[in-house]
Design a protein around this ligand. Structure first.
Ligand code: NDP
Ligand code: DXP
Ligand code: MN
Length: 387
């Protein structure tokens, strides 16, 4: 019997690769739903190519236009966040791939858990902002979240008994500015920061990789996925991106997962877990790779990594604030409104201004912290631009 899947964020980098994986395994996988924010041209094409019965578009005007275009076809169009949540609830759906960017992943993830759907999670912002809420809900329902983020997929594949784990070692490429003199960092343009050395990804995560916020977010993501405390999660720079992460055990053994930097591998793994399927990807050739090297991250050069770890340790609403401030700052940088180093400065300032809430958080606490931090970051950006 085919596995019925829904792909949220199908027009993005992960979503497009996920559909490629579906194309390799079309006798095992059926796409029942796809969703995006507003790229209706690609959604329409994907719906036709994969015979998808439901599409959802977050932007309501774009949804109306797509609904019009799909009249007379076998595809039904749903609109807005409610439409995306409706997609998640389709009774026959077995697995939801959450591959939207940003906090837009939180509500669909919670909805998927409520409706007992298996989750393949690419979106890291969901666990950064709402890790306690999401993992508690999943635990209560007995739902296992299969990580798609390459490092977390690697750890998931290497993980035996968490009680025996000494440390998780999360690898980082170091981004395009690993060796740039610190005094030149403020001259970085979005075009320079979008040239990732090893991975082809969406804009937001590519900027996060350049600031190393991505690694900070991934440390928080790992804390929630694997229940390991922050002191036992380390980031290590590995510029070749061949080792996707490692698990060190108390007896001195270290397990790692290796492969070319290609997200189709963790996507396929999550679709078929615990089964492994053959595909036509080039096998890893260690002789061709030649050398694997490692460095300690430079926290002076990359303050975002330090800030993320601090936010994680503070806990409560602070990680939602870190995430929201970063999302707003990254968009402002991409829009040429602020300098590269202003991203970390803004996140730092917003974290300092935040009135922390700790203890058991509900969804409203997280959404309110997110709303406050976005507004605060925007105000700080506006004040700066008036100077
Ligand atoms: N790309 C990668 O290799 C990796 C990505 N990830 C994580 O996966 C997630 C997706 O990344 P990536 O594919 O690079 O991102 P992209 O920017 O390439 O794609 C984002 C996708 O999400 C859609 N989207 C954005 N916001 C919403 C929303 N509110 N509601 C519905 N759809 C929305 C976009 O639609 P539209 O096209 O209409 O704008 C698009 O389909 C991120 O959280 C990222 O951190 C993790 C590891 C690797
Ligand atoms: C592919 C993937 O999982 C990304 O999160 C990747 O890790 C980004 O590269 P960096 O290691 O440079 O952050
Ligand atoms: Mn990653």
């Amino acid at each position: 019997m085919k596995k019925n899947i829904v792909i949220l964020g199908s027009t993005g980098s992960i979503g497009r690769q996920a559909l490629e994986v579906v194309g390799w395994h079309n006798s095992d996988l059926q796409v029942l739903g796809i969703a995006a924010q507003r790229n209706i041209d690609l959604l329409e094409e994907q719906a036709k190519t994969f015979g998808v019965p439901y599409v959802a578009v977050e932007d309501k005007d774009a949804a109306l236009e797509l609904e019009h275009r799909l009249q007379g076809s076998n595809t039904r169009c749903l609109a807005g966040t409610d439409g995306i949540l409706e997609l998640v609830r389709i009774p026959d759906v077995d697995l939801i791939l959450i591959a939207v960017s940003g906090l837009g992943g939180l509500l669909p993830t919670l909805e998927a858990i409520t409706h007992n759907k298996q989750i393949a999670l690419a979106n890291k912002e969901t666990l950064v902002a709402g890790g306690s809420l999401v993992t508690e809900a999943a635990l209560k329902k007995g739902i296992r979240i299969i990580p798609v983020d390459s490092e977390h997929s690697a750890i998931f594949q290497c993980l035996e008994d968490t009680a025996d784990v000494e440390k998780l070692l999360i690898t980082a490429s170091g981004g395009p500015f690993r060796e740039m003199p610190v005094d030149q960092l403020k001259k970085i343009t979005p075009e320079m920061a979008l040239r990732h050395p090893t991975w082809q990804m969406g804009d937001k995560i590519t900027i996060d990789s350049a600031t190393l916020m991505n690694k900070g977010l991934e440390i928080i993501e790992a804390r929630w996925l694997f229940g390991i405390d922050y002191d036992r999660i380390e980031a290590v720079i590995h510029p070749q991106s061949i080792i996707h992460s490692l698990v060190a055990y108390k007896d001195g053994a270290v397990l790692a997962q290796l492969g070319w930097p290609d997200m189709r591998v963790p996507i396929q793994y999550a679709f078929f877990y615990p089964e492994r399927k053959r595909n036509n990807l080039h096998p890893l050739d260690l002789v061709q790779v030649g050398q694997l090297s490692f460095e300690t991250p430079d926290l002076g050069r990359f303050p975002c990594l330090r800030l993320a770890r601090e936010a994680g340790k503070i806990g409560g609403t602070m990680t939602a604030v870190l995430n929201a401030a970063n999302e707003v700052a990254v968009q402002a940088f991409l829009g040429h409104k602020i300098a590269f180093n202003a991203i970390s400065e803004l996140v730092d300032e917003v974290m300092n201004l935040h009135n922390l809430k700790t203890g058991k958080l509900d969804l409203d606490d997280i959404l309110e912290a997110d709303r406050w931090a976005r507004e605060c970051t925007r105000q700080l950006i506006n004040q700066q631009s008036k100077k």
